[in-house]
Design a protein around this ligand. Structure first.
Ligand code: MN
Length: 228
């Protein structure tokens, strides 16, 4: 097989304790999956369930890379999230067997141009320019489930310049991981290499050039990110 232009590079993430990489297919994200975050965004989590949106795979920022502050925005927000990495795909995956599809877990940040997202919401337009921009998905190395099991609780935290901005527990997720996989696989045929950003707790806020972000999920990993 040869191509008429150079083929795009395969987006990938490192795997902890391995020199092999995890190839990334798609990036799915869950919106408003923690009640306190839904409320801080002005929504009632008892009336509006979580939902899905996507980012392109090539907007990943790997560990040890910087986050370049994007143009056309003056209000870029951090959203720390547990990331699920799939080893197996499928459609209509039952909750009961959903965990068998998981390769591992990582710590991700769903970077958001909040000003552009709010403008899109107001106009009833898609979120892509607020959510799916270049470098909008920083992510740690993936830790295999074989090395850690499947976390359903544990502290999730984000600091900026050593000050805690977001802190919660994974057990506060509205849709738990098996339910997310079941619901998502009813909408899309999932594939090996898919990542799922599972939503953020309250405390989202701006990040600015020159600031150091430190994100951590107990038992999963850490992600240190410099905003330039
Ligand atoms: Mn998010």
């Amino acid at each position: 097989m040869s191509y008429v232009i150079p083929a795009p590079e395969q987006p990938s993430l490192p795997v902890t304790s391995s020199d092999q990489m995890f190839p990334v297919h798609r990036i799915y994200c869950v919106g408003r999956n923690y009640a306190d975050h839904a409320r801080e965004m002005g929504h009632n989590p008892d009336q509006e369930p979580p939902f899905f949106f996507l980012k392109p795979a090539d907007v990943l920022v790997g560990p040890n890379e910087d986050f370049p502050y994007p143009g056309l925005s003056r209000d870029v927000h951090h959203e720390v999230e547990l990331v699920v990495a799939l080893a197996r795909g499928g459609g209509d995956i039952p909750e009961a067997s959903a965990l068998e599809h998981i390769y591992g877990y990582a710590v991700g940040i769903d970077m958001t141009r909040r000003d552009l997202q709010n403008e899109a919401k107001k106009l009833g337009r898609p979120w892509d320019s607020g959510k799916a921009f270049d470098f909008s998905a920083p992510c740690s190395a993936i830790k295999p489930a074989s090395a850690m099991g499947h976390p359903n609780n544990g502290r999730i935290q984000l600091k900026i310049d050593a000050e805690i901005r977001q802190e919660s527990d994974l057990d506060h997720m509205i849709w738990k991981v098996p339910q997310i996989i079941a619901k998502l696989s009813a909408l899309f045929t999932l594939r090996p290499g898919d990542l799922i950003f599972t939503g953020t707790p309250a405390g989202v806020g701006p990040v600015n050039p020159g600031e150091h972000i430190q994100a951590e999920i107990a038992g999963v990993g850490e992600l240190a990110l410099f905003c330039r």
